[in-house]
Ligand binder design. Structure first.
Ligand code: SF4
Length: 367
């Protein structure tokens, strides 16, 4: 943070005085040429750059040159006519402190420094630019997918939870037809991993019962039940039939927004999605970035047969609705038994919708 000094007195000319602890305090106008300061800077412990007008960009350039070209690492202050809106940029070019000629806007200064989190141009100080972040995240993603190529699902769970995102990763689970496999792996690797369960208020009673059964059997110790905001439900779905009028808006209200609200708690989330589910999932990578959020899909390459074998090998309980033909299980209002062996055909059956949006959050306006 920039320090804010409110005792500013105008010192427009080049000036030097001795600091109390030794060394010089230089005062220079924003228009000063850095080359003319070369001999003075080594003795300086503080340099005040004085702005006659907030419009004079030369003070920013000078600060950058003092830091970058002359290697000045003492205290750098901006004095005179500088504005709170310039706080972030002042900080990024290397200023430590401001001493503005207007002292009635102290609150504005402290707020201005946190207003923008994203920067576009490189600077002496001030964090990674958007372009650098995007480049790094693409490289990170490629590296992670390369790292996981050839690894078994259990190893991916272990690596992601213990080494790549320790304490910053959660498992998302619908406690649906195949959920026990991923949850069983979590239980083996780290049973205290947060398990996020979206309770939309429209779940089958059998799902709620199965959730309790699995948590107890697998000894999962960190279940987080995520519910929609009661206020938003009252406002946007007062009659409880939004799902029948606008299922995208309903999923946004009951799934996407509740998950969004807790997403900041985690750097990555594990899902149980698989390529054999078809639709958008056919080319599912093991690690992906959706709207800036990391999803890890350790079971992406698993087949229906492999899932089945895992259930048998570990004697895992089945969701009660699977014996009635349900292969993918969501809200009771929008789920039917699967047709013709197509796992997700029972979700929003007969409609173009195939995903609820939590894996591709797209804000949908309420009705
Ligand atoms: S699956 Fe249906 S009921 Fe559940 S949130 Fe989506 S639209 Fe609403």
């Amino acid at each position: 943070m920039l320090n804010l000094q409110l005792d500013h007195q105008s010192r427009p000319d080049v000036d030097a005085r001795i600091a109390s602890g030794g060394g010089e305090i230089l005062t220079v106008p924003a228009s000063a040429d850095w080359r003319e300061l070369k001999d003075r800077v080594p003795q300086a412990v503080q340099i005040d750059v004085h702005f006659e007008s907030f419009k004079d960009g030369r003070g920013f350039t000078l600060a950058s040159q003092l830091r970058g070209r002359l290697g000045f690492d003492g205290r750098l202050r901006a004095t005179g006519h500088v504005l709170p809106d310039q706080a972030l940029h002042l900080k990024r070019v290397g200023f430590d402190e401001v001493s503005p000629d207007r002292t009635d806007v102290a609150d504005d200064w402290s707020q201005a420094q946190t207003r923008f989190a994203t920067v576009y141009q490189p600077a002496q100080r001030g964090g990674e630019t958007v372009v650098a972040k995007r480049t790094r995240s693409k490289a990170d993603l490629a590296a992670l997918n390369a790292r996981y190529r050839g690894m078994e699902a259990e190893e991916i769970f272990e690596d992601a939870i213990k080494r790549i995102w320790p304490g910053r990763i959660a498992m998302m689970s619908s406690f649906g037809a195949e959920a026990a496999v991923g949850l069983h792996m979590i239980a083996k690797v780290a049973p205290s991993t947060p398990v996020l369960f979206l309770d939309t208020g429209r779940l089958f009673a059998q799902t709620e019962q199965y959730q309790r059964e699995l948590v107890e059997k697998l000894d999962l110790t960190n279940l987080r039940i995520i519910q929609p905001s009661a206020l938003e439900v009252a406002e946007e779905d007062a009659d409880g039939k939004l799902w029948s009028r606008n299922n995208d808006a309903c999923c946004t209200l009951r799934k996407v927004r509740p998950l969004d609200r807790i997403s900041e708690d985690y750097d990555a989330m594990i899902t149980g999605r698989k390529r054999f589910h078809g639709g958008d999932r056919i080319e599912l990578p093991v690690v992906e970035r959706l709207d800036g959020r990391i999803r890890v899909n350790p079971l992406a390459s698993w087949s229906h047969e492999r899932i089945d074998a895992y259930f048998k090998r570990y004697d895992l309980p089945r969701h009660p609705l699977t014996e009635m033909g349900y292969a993918s299980i969501g809200c009771w209002t929008c789920t039917a038994p699967a047709q013709d062996g197509d796992v997700r055909s029972g979700r929003w059956a007969g409609q173009s919708k195939s995903e609820c949006g939590i894996h591709r959050p797209v804000p949908v306006a309420a009705e």
